[in-house]
Design a protein around this ligand. Sequence first.
Ligand SMILES: [Zn+2]
Length: 336
Amino acid sequence: MDFLPLYRDIPKIDGHLHLNTQRPAMMKEAAEEGFSLLTINTEVPFFPNIDEQQQFALEQDHTHSKKIDFITTFSTEHWGETGWQDEAISQIETGLNRGAVGVKIWKNIGMELKDNEGNFVMADHPSFDPIYSFLEKNGIPLLAHLGEPKNCWLPIERMTVTSDVDYFKNHPEYHMHKHLEFPSYEQQLAARDRVLDNYKQLTFIGAHIASLEWSVDRAAEWLDRYPNCGIDLAERVCHLQHQASETPQKVREFITTYQDRIIYGSDQIDDGIHAENEIRSELQTKWRKEFSFFADPGEQTAWNVKEPFPGLHLKREVLEKIFYNNALNYYPKLNC
Ligand SMILES: [Zn+2]
């Protein structure tokens, strides 16, 4: 618990979570723990629609908390129809006018959306060019969750973290190891990287360690290749902990080297289903345990990481960047 005084002392942003309900549970917890929040509107089939997600952020009563910021997105429902991109851009503009600090795209691009011939529509499909151009020209940050953790393409017994084992056992339909007709892990990343080769001025944040969570070496190579890009850590801190159980010094060097380009995020979802106090305690535990991993020395454990790992014992100034300043640099419109 050495980290607590520091944790309380520095301002913090959770740069990636999902407020999918009207109730203020996460905002209340954030006020107590010294966090500001950024909710990510996402075109997920089982999420409320994009407009509703926005309203949850906009209609918060701020009596007990700061304002919650949001990142907007656009619908791909009419993808391929004439003029669908104009619709998408006007949906983006509506979000921006309401105060969105960026735009999100999701893994349905590359893993779900198909053209008339039944081919998967990848991130570098020319149909997205007007949208990428619009974002680049207007300096609007693009947060992209493309592809999945590499575990998704591995058999259950080779998966590194228990949370992935649980998830893919329960969702065989998303376990790509079983679906060879889908584009491969490397194809997903290559399509994403071709977008970045074409839009060099685009501010791009690779969600979930840019789907390179399994290797700090690969993530480092990617960050070197794309100097405008940052990453967020949403739901992938366990992959850094897993690597730290084997090569802690390497993980520490990775964080230190890229200390200006890493944004903390929990990926917590509140959809109103679980009790308010459950969500609050889950969020508090996650924030504190993950902060402790970055801040404390000494051996630690996590429920989803098979081996113990040492804390990274990072300097205060590095923690301030990961937990606060970097989010502000990548999303300059944040209110916090
Ligand atoms: Zn998310």
